[in-house]
Design a protein around this ligand. Sequence first.
Ligand SMILES: Cc1cc2nc3c(=O)[nH]c(=O)nc-3n(C[C@H](O)[C@H](O)[C@H](O)COP(=O)(O)OP(=O)(O)OC[C@H]3O[C@@H](n4cnc5c(N)ncnc54)[C@H](O)[C@@H]3O)c2cc1C
Length: 498
Amino acid sequence: MSFDPETGEFDFPGWDTDQVLQDLGEFIPEKNILHLPSQLKPYECDGLTTHRKMSRLVVLPETIRQCQEIMRYCRQHEIPVIARGAGTGITGGVLPDDLSIVVSLTKFNRIEKIDPLQRIAVVQPGVRNLAISEAAKPFGLQYAPDPSSQIACSIGGNVAENSGGVHCLKYGLTVNNVTGIKIIDSEGELIEIGGGNCMESPGFDLLALMHGSEGLLGIIVEITLKLIPVPPATQVVLAVFHSMVDGGKSVSDIISSGIIPAGLEMMDKVTIDAVESYMQAGYPKADALLLCELDGNQVDIRLQMEIVQQILKDNNAFDIRTSQNDEERELYWTARKSAFPAVASIQPDFYLLDGTVPRKALPEVLKKIAVLSKQYGLQVANVFHAGDGNLHPIIMYNIEIDGDYEKAVQLGSEILQHCISKGGSFTGEHGVGAEKIDQMCIQFSALELLQFHRIKAQLDVSGILNPGKAVPVLHRCAELGAMHVHNGEMPHADLPRF
Ligand SMILES: Cc1cc2nc3c(=O)[nH]c(=O)nc-3n(C[C@H](O)[C@H](O)[C@H](O)COP(=O)(O)OP(=O)(O)OC[C@H]3O[C@@H](n4cnc5c(N)ncnc54)[C@H](O)[C@@H]3O)c2cc1C
């Protein structure tokens, strides 16, 4: 095998399926090793369904010991390993290939402990995000980060992607809500990172490093999470506008008033109409819709609500409604969280983007998206975590039309490059995976990418952890640099060619 820790270049030798099946059978029960095409089919992609490949083997360990043995075996036989949670990722982070073994963590689905005194939960990586808040509810507690996929996605996947959600504006991303994890590195060693109850710990912050590591630095096998009290009261205000610019301005004004909402989300006309026909939440017809959630005690909410409503009126909101009970509040949010399936119900082929921009750039970026959408002749729906400046443009295309998919990808690339040019990033919360690897060459310098490879090589000495994802090999960027010229400049003309 050749693996160059400096550049990330790899070349694994390949393996014999029957031999590996037989070897793994020594320490993994037969029922937990999948190898028939019908068994492997569900693992050929994640939520990025345009990218599919059949794996040769999927292993479902049930114990940490089994995980360690798999890693040691793979290390010894130079077999790449792809950790997989629930497979709801949308960047192809778990996309298999012919050389790798997929390690599915779905059997690690126990909540080990809810400790109401310390306000923590200790959970296995395969536990669903929503199941944690459900288990904590009897203690008056909840786990704050709430990706829209929370009904299905695993907490291990949340850590590996550093996932966000509606509540993250106020309560922080996954990284701000995890106090410790246990991982297995590529040597099969079990490493405990963080876990204490202190605000600060000595040494490098490896816990932060593991957040967003996309299966490249280790397999996460246990997570200790912060729980927060369920707020005594919560209310959502829904406001609609004749323009996205007015909605965007309201977002900036709410944040600059000093209020930090527990959620601040926006959607455009295309999304509002799609959601309404999908689940009849009672959203009014409009060009922009804003949902703003306030939580805390009743007095605080009442005071903040007055300020928010005034801001909305000042920005020409023409219909303002406040949720009158929990059912109504949940209906508003469920509708928002159904935006992706709702769009899929009107146009099954779509390309979902995940860019971030500074909040103040939102109106300008939305205008640019509208211009590009017209130029490419492809409809774009917009739904976003407005408070975080995290956009999710959904580009609709028709796979049956020749060249439509390629056009969608090109349009997506232009939108994301525009986000970068406005001081933002091409990924907000969905990660890089296989899909956005080329954009890494645009966002980062050659030196920064080299440092990423060096860091990976420390925890993944043999380079077997999810190779080819998230951090591009430098050779790839060099080729792109030669192929694409941006603003008259080659982005990475300085990169070495190997
Ligand atoms: C409808 C829909 C809505 C979504 N909404 C949001 C949202 O609001 N916010 C958001 O952030 N994301 C969202 N996502 C994206 C996705 O749900 C998240 O990225 C989620 O965290 C992925 O979790 P998973 O268990 O499905 O991980 P997978 O898809 O199985 O894996 C994702 C990545 O994590 C790695 N990984 C998984 N488990 C482990 C482990 N135990 N150890 C090491 N690496 C591991 C994989 O190798 C892969 O690189 C959405 C997706 C869908 C389909």
